[in-house]
Ligand binder design. Structure first.
Ligand code: SF4
Length: 100
């Protein structure tokens, strides 16, 4: 697990440092900064998640694991039918007009 702290959002409540003091430090005004690079050990995950969830301004976010994008699938909506057969005209209004 890896976390990120947006210091521009932090309002200095200090909740994070209370829950996970080894990951957050507070400056003289109470604003938080990350200790380390944001990598969270498995045994500290609960405390850090509590800090993340209790931050009143959501300044702490969990960085998701990057996964390779699925390869793009070709569009398969094209059918072999002639699209002109589905055009709504006055001559076939009896077929599509009831749905109005
Ligand atoms: S809990 Fe949130 S607002 Fe409070 S010090 Fe930590 S990051 Fe800043």
């Amino acid at each position: 697990m890896k976390i990120r702290l947006d210091r521009t959002v932090c309002d200095g409540f200090g909740v994070c440092a209370k829950h996970a003091p080894s990951y957050f430090s507070l400056d003289d005004w109470g604003y938080a900064s990350l200790v380390g690079d944001g990598t969270v050990l498995d045994e500290d995950r609960d405390a850090v998640m509590r800090a993340l969830l209790d931050c009143p301004v959501h300044a702490i976010t969990e960085m998701g694991d990057r996964r390779p994008r699925q390869s793009a699938q070709p569009c398969t909506t094209a059918s072999s039918e002639d699209p002109a057969e589905n055009v709504k005209t006055e001559s076939n209004e009896a077929q599509w007009g009831f749905t109005r």
